[in-house]
Design a protein around this ligand. Structure first.
Ligand SMILES: Nc1nc2c(ncn2[C@@H]2O[C@H](COP(=O)(O)OP(=O)(O)OP(=O)(O)O)[C@@H](O)[C@H]2O)c(=O)[nH]1
Ligand SMILES: [Mg+2]
Length: 472
């Protein structure tokens, strides 16, 4: 790391952090954590009434990883027990002074809080601490900004960053413009703050428009994928669970695999032939984490729609992590948030080569129908694929129904709930072949003729661009 000039603490004005205040609009590109050198960071966690000390500790471990991924070093951790956050300063005033002392002692550049700070709390803390005060959300946004590579990914991250930033904008005193006119500069009597706000709002509108366009393209791609009649499987899971490693093993896809958080931001879809012969489309996408900022989830909604529309989720869990069960809960709650709570889920415990065997055994026992695999060695992957094939076949059994003409309501319901493949009018009712899921099948069980069949084998439909055949 090259040591670039770092503003000495003594030069800072009392009411400013070393970056001139978090709220100062520094352009969309500017990261919150300086990467010209490795910043020294103090971490702060609050043990609220409903949290245990272990939980806070685990959260801070994760925050330390986040900070490291963002390119900075944690130099100290400070924890406070409180029943509720202080509305003005999040931690108590005395604790804030303690954080200031620790920051001075370590010559820390930034203080990062594990919980989301309100704009007012952030402002007050920066005044007291005389340095930038960030929260977990800001760090996650920073990492996303660093890792975004595609047009859409970059636009989504910038949107999330600006939405986070807008309410936190802060004026630099009350001075009004001395300079006149020019595009993007202040009008007469307009403060710099108003100019910044206006610029951000314009940029937000622009990004939202661009993203709507990109979303249309994505929707069209999805439509053609659905026409291809391949089933879709999305690999989901906590960040760093090994999702990209699994996709790479399954399809040979040249996706980024890295031992860092949020290595993947953009969805990648590849074609894969299952051991049973059927072809499916497998998607690898962004990982989830505890306290994933809502602004990011919203911004990434169009990418995440792929997950909500999948036929099956392979929920990959790092069995060697400290708290696999917590990871499962977090992933499931984000899935609900993005409207994917009802998609069928198959749990696979990954990294079993590195995990404690006893832990894996207990996890398998607790989660019925789950599998143990190692994406890196390939152990258990074949069995997982067999299970995927079974689940998919089960999902889409074609059922034959005979519905009396007196039950127009049932006929309408079948059309609503499933995919009607054929419809024949007989003497006493309608004979239907419909692709139904588990729930609908039991719903219409009394009308089933008992003559069900497997779905027809899918043909070599046109693959969307970017897919490739599996070598697995
Ligand atoms: N020991 C072991 N390591 C694994 C296994 N699978 C993946 N890894 C490692 O775990 C790290 C993360 O793997 P990725 O495939 O990038 O994880 P990801 O879930 O795609 O992570 P993000 O995209 O960052 O959310 C890498 O260092 C992998 O080499 C496994 O089965 N065993
Ligand atoms: Mg990945």
């Amino acid at each position: 790391m090259d040591e670039k000039a770092q503003t000495p603490t003594s030069d800072r004005r009392d009411d400013e952090s070393h970056r001139g205040g978090f709220g100062e609009f520094g352009g969309a590109e500017s990261g919150l954590i300086d990467r010209a050198f490795r910043e020294q960071i103090v971490l702060v966690g609050v043990q609220l009434a409903e949290r245990t000390a272990d939980e806070v500790d685990a959260n801070l471990d994760e925050l330390e990883r986040l900070v490291d991924t963002a390119g900075a070093d944690s130099v100290e951790r400070i924890v406070q027990r409180r029943d509720a956050p202080d509305p003005a300063t999040f931690v108590g005033r005395g604790k804030a002074d303690e954080i200031l002392d620790a920051s001075l002692e370590h010559d820390a550049d930034t203080v990062v809080f594990d919980d989301e700070l309100s704009p007012a709390q952030q402002f007050n803390l920066e005044r007291i601490l005389k340095r930038t005060a960030l929260d977990r959300t800001a760090v996650i946004l920073d990492i996303f900004a660093q890792n975004a590579t595609t047009l859409e990914g970059k636009a989504q991250v910038e949107l999330a960053q600006l939405r986070y930033r807008l309410p936190r904008l802060r004026g630099r005193g009350r001075q009004l413009s001395q300079q006149a006119g020019g595009i993007g500069t202040r009008g007469p009597g307009e403060t710099q703050l108003e100019v910044d706000r206006r610029r951000i709002q314009r940029r937000l509108a622009r990004l939202e428009k661009d993203l709507r366009g990109l979303r249309r393209t994505r929707l069209n791609q999805r439509k053609s994928r659905r026409r291809s009649r391949y089933h879709t499987v999305a690999i989901v899971g906590y960040t760093n669970a090994g999702k990209s490693t699994l996709l790479r093993r399954l399809t040979g896809a040249n996706v980024l695999v890295e031992d860092r958080l949020f290595a993947t931001l953009d969805a990648t879809t590849r074609r894969l032939q299952l051991p049973g012969g059927e072809t499916v489309l497998v998607t690898d996408t962004v990982g989830f984490i505890k306290k994933l900022p809502t602004s990011l989830v919203e911004a990434f909604m169009s990418t995440l729609e792929e997950v909500a529309e999948a036929d099956l989720l392979v929920h990959l869990v790092d069995a060697s992590a400290a708290e696999p069960e917590m990871h499962i809960d977090v992933v499931r709650s984000v899935l609900r948030e993005i409207g994917a709570g009802d998609v069928e889920e198959l749990i696979a415990f990954n990294k079993c080569d590195a995990a404690d065997g006893e832990v894996v055994r207990r996890l398998l026992e607790r989660h019925e129908g789950s599998h143990a695999i190692s994406s890196s060695s390939g152990d258990g992957v074949e069995e997982l694929l067999l299970a995927v094939g079974d689940r998919l076949r089960h999902l889409t059994e074609i059922t034959e129904l005979r519905i009396p003409y007196s039950r127009g309501d049932v006929l309408a319901a079948v059309h609503r709930e499933g995919e009607v493949l054929s419809e024949m009018h007989e003497d006493h009712g309608t004979l239907l072949h419909a692709r139904l899921d588990d729930v609908s099948r039991s719903l219409f069980a009394e009308f089933a003729t008992g003559d069900s069949q497997e779905p027809e084998v899918v043909g070599p439909a046109s693959a969307q661009s970017g897919t490739q055949d599996a070598d697995a």
